[in-house]
Write a protein that binds this ligand. Sequence first.
Ligand code: PGA
Length: 268
Amino acid sequence: MAAKKVLELKPNPRTGRYRLISGNWKMNLNHLEAIQLVQKLYFGLRDVDYGFAEISIHPPATSLRPIQLLIESDRMHFSLGAQNCYFAPSGAYTGEVSAQMLSKLNVKYVIVGHSERRRIFGETDEVVALKTKAILAEQMTPILCVGETAEEREAGETDDVLMRQVRLAVADLSAEVVATIVVAYEPIWAIGTGLVATPEDATSGAQLIREELARLYGGDVAERVRIQYGGSVTPVTAHDLLEADGVDGLLVGGASLDAEAFSRIIRA
Ligand code: PGA
């Protein structure tokens, strides 16, 4: 199949940063359904749609290889992403997949510290830090998820939670490396709940994260880090969230499972 003529991906003129819109499929779709969804998304997008933001797709591990082959053979302008990995390179860790294994599949982005992993699978900040390091060591980019629960928000602890999650995840990384990561601000009360944060919430979360990074690594590094917003993003809310100050993209769960809805978000 002929390669699509693609407009060059342009950085946001306001920030100089490249936007990133990611589809986190979570534990949905078998590999056959996954192929269908990627094809549907591809056929629904026009060349111009690729100029605004890089698009990464994060299927379950069983679909990584088929989707890698599909993207590469049809030269689709999607980046392959994973949802998780383990920090050891190999060994007796039944059921786990290493960062090394992902990088062999040309995975570019790996979600780390998603609130579902923290809450359901007991991932601590220390584990998140080890995984972040392992991902970076394989020349992939972590999408580090941070966010406060409804209770923490009500208790006025949002700042502390975000700063702690960021600080511990990037502990003992060099400034040069930290500048390359992506952070996803995902208020937990907005994930899968239909409660979407306002653009002002997204801006204030992004600002807190950048302030903490600036405190740790300097303003220059903080200005280079890309920050996504995630949590119940829909085609209706995507535009304003993408335009929110300090927001460089979106991490989309539910709506990324629908080719039509996800392409409308990309066009937003
Ligand atoms: P949601 O999920 O869009 O379905 O709320 C977002 C996420 O968990 O990354």
